[in-house]
Design a protein around this ligand. Structure first.
Ligand code: SAM
Length: 286
């Protein structure tokens, strides 16, 4: 049995052996808390044979937990220096494949999923400098993903689950909740990582919806309305839509046909109201 990587002394030993100085720029904060690794694996309900995509394996801390739970793991790591480390720390786990690359650039459906039409689970302790672009790419590309369980900044997790009316509610909340049902599983303190990040973290589980929660004529209009409404949060809905380039007549038509008060602000609108606005816009421009 291999020593558990998710321990402070083991992690420091590995870093020292390979002469690795962790890169702040690449968001390298490695987990040293075995109970957090176990919590992530259990939040993802990993069972033997599950296909898992891991983003940023680092020195293999979470990868080891996933491999021991029996998952078939494909892990994408950007930092070339870590490939030699991973070859050593994960030697012997035949259910792990490591790819070097940038998760934002890689063609996931071709290079990872390929002809394997299984549903994937994405499990990751994400690099925080690109949390939102990664999550949005995974969701927008409509990949065969059933579940995402990721460590993110606590503040981002709160925005993902936020409901209308509060300061955390924004375009990210609407988009994540359109594609998935997000839940915060656990809050993780900085001391669970080395080096400790400046902020608290949280594990979020996003279960991908099989059916959209609202009926849309065209998704593009939905995301355009959402983007416009939150682009200038202080503006009324009516002014925000005009600022996004819609004519006054068009805005009036959309508001009249939906019965939504243009003096309200984006942060007060529910997903169903955004959908109604999007469908009304689609109808008048058709
Ligand atoms: N999984 C490890 C753990 O839990 O200890 C490391 C997590 S660390 C927060 C994030 C990892 O993502 C780092 O190993 C970093 O090099 C890697 N990374 C950063 N940017 C990346 C990118 N664009 N594509 C793939 N991996 C990236």
């Amino acid at each position: 049995l291999k020593p558990r990587i998710a321990q402070k002394d083991v992690t420091l030993h590995i870093l020292k052996t390979f002469g690795i100085h962790m890169s702040k720029k690449l968001g390298q904060n490695f987990l040293i808390d075995g109970s957090v690794v176990a919590g992530i694996v259990s939040a993802a309900k990993v069972s033997p044979g599950d296909a898992v995509l891991e983003i940023g394996p680092g020195i293999g801390t979470l990868t080891q937990g996933l491999a021991e739970a029996g998952a078939d793991v494909t892990a994408v790591e950007l930092d070339r220096r870590l490939l030699t480390v991973l070859a050593k720390t994960l030697a012997g786990y035949e259910n792990v494949k490591i790819l070097q690359g940038d998760i934002l650039k890689i063609d996931i459906s071709r290079e990872i999923i390929g002809g394997n039409y299984k549903n994937y689970k994405v499990v990751a302790n994400l690099p925080y400098y690109i949390t939102t672009p990664i999550i949005m790419k995974l969701l927008e590309d409509r990949l065969p993903i059933e579940l995402l369980v990721t460590m993110v900044q606590k503040e981002v997790a709160e925005r993902m689950v936020a409901q209308p009316g509060g300061k955390d509610y924004g375009a990210l909340s609407v988009a994540v909740q359109y594609y998935t049902v997000p839940e915060i599983m656990v809050v993780v303190p900085p001391a669970s990582f080395i080096p400790p990040p400046a902020v608290e973290s949280a594990v979020i589980r996003c279960t991908v919806r099989q059916e959209p929660p609202v009926q849309l004529f065209d998704e593009k209009y939905f995301f355009r309305v959402v983007k416009a409404a939150f682009a200038q949060r202080r503006k009324t809905l009516s002014n925000a839509l005009k600022a996004a380039g819609l004519t006054k007549t068009l805005v009036d038509d959309i508001l009249n046909s939906t019965g939504i008060d243009g003096k309200r602000r984006g942060e007060q609108l529910s997903q169903a109201e955004f959908a109604a606005l999007a469908n009304a816009w689609f109808n008048v421009t058709r």
